[in-house]
Write a protein that binds this ligand. Structure first.
Ligand SMILES: Cc1ncc(COP(=O)(O)O)c(C=O)c1O
Length: 344
């Protein structure tokens, strides 16, 4: 079976497992875990920021970022399909009492003007104050699409002018940096906060971080404690994360090239896939024109030995490439997919 459902399925490699067992450990809650402290330094340097907090998951990093910057009744603006809005169990409402305003984006990208149009930046007796703009980069629901740098700069300029904070949900930030061929800090350096995830394309079993301005992150460790996210010998995971930062960023280019190969082979095989839409490691397959219901397609694919996942849109299947796939795997996956969906 070839599993191309998601890059969250990655398993630690031997080198990573070694780094985990060799990592010096201590009590992270007492700031005595040397591996976590070293990871925090790595991250602030890499992302052009001042402070970092290690957390178990990217969801927690996003939620803590929000709790550091958004008061009850205040507003977060972001693209309407953002992970934070649609897949974090209503955290913004439940935890922060926030209003979320979903903007209609193109490939997950919205403009400074859209924010300007909606943002309430002065206190009002009627309108909720806008506190945070959310950028998801790469953007999951649109298919791992990257924010073009000009669009990002436009958003930063607008938010600076309005006095609005920017949070980057960078669960796949390094995919964006590799795809755009820029250092990660070029994307994150102007944000107030950035969430990154180690357990997707970077290949760690768990772990994420919230990185940002030190004044903004002042309450972050206390909030992490409240949410139950303060670990003890977290260096076991931070060791994996440090290994991933050294070994698994540049190689994301292979995942991107594998995704493009998959898309091209599928398109050549007559399936409705557009290789031009592949920015990073996601491939979308639109079933509508094939007249096959998604459940039926999934059953056929499974019986041919390839696993796709369901995308957000009801007629779309999603494949995500990662370090567990060889180029040959993608060729096999393409052949099996074509056979499953084109033969009766
Ligand atoms: C864009 C984005 N943000 C955040 C997350 C949350 O990551 P985690 O499942 O590690 O909490 C995901 C997970 O898929 C994601 O795609």
């Amino acid at each position: 079976m070839i599993d191309i459902r998601s890059d969250v399925m990655t398993l630690p490699t031997e080198g990573m497992l070694h780094a985990m067992t060799a990592a010096p450990l201590g009590d992270e809650q007492e700031r005595e875990d040397p591996t976590v402290l070293a990871l925090e330094d790595d991250l602030t340097e890499l992302l052009g920021q001042e402070a970092a907090v290690f957390v178990p998951s990217a969801t927690m990093a996003n939620q803590i970022a929000m709790l550091c910057q958004v008061e009850r009744g205040q507003e977060i603006v972001g693209e309407r399909h953002s992970h934070m809005f649609r897949y974090e169990a209503g955290g913004p409402a439940f935890l922060a009492g926030a209003i979320v305003t979903g903007l209609t984006g193109t490939n997950g990208v919205f403009t400074g003007d859209q924010v300007r149009e909606i943002a309430q930046i002065r206190d009002s007796e009627h309108r909720p104050r806008t506190a945070l703009a959310l950028v998801e980069n790469t953007h999951n629901v649109s298919g791992g699409r990257t924010w073009p740098l000009a669009a990002l700069d436009d958003l930063y300029d607008t938010c600076d002018e309005l006095g609005l904070a920017v949070h980057i949900d960078g669960a796949r930030l390094f995919n964006a940096a590799v795809a755009l061929d820029v250092p990660p800090r070029r994307i994150t350096g102007r944000a107030q906060t950035v969430a990154i995830c180690f357990s997707k394309g970077l290949g760690c079993p768990a772990g994420a971080a919230l990185v940002g301005r030190s004044d903004v992150l002042a309450p972050a460790r206390r909030i992490r404690q409240m949410l139950g996210g303060s670990l003890r010998q977290a260096g076991v995971l931070a060791g994996a994360a440090r290994y991933a930062l050294r070994h698994n960023i540049a190689r994301l280019a292979d995942d991107h090239s594998n995704a493009r190969t998959l898309a091209t082979l599928l398109a050549e095989g007559g399936l409705p896939v557009d290789p031009a839409e592949v920015d990073t490691n996601f491939v979308f397959l639109e079933l509508a024109s094939l007249g096959i219901a998604r459940e039926e397609a999934q059953a056929r694919l499974r019986s041919h030995g390839v696993l796709w996942s369901n995308a957000h849109h009801p007629t779309v299947l999603r494949a995500v490439t990662h370090l567990g796939h060889s180029r040959a795997d993608l060729h096999t996956a393409a052949a099996r997919t074509i056979q499953a969906l084109t033969s009766d």
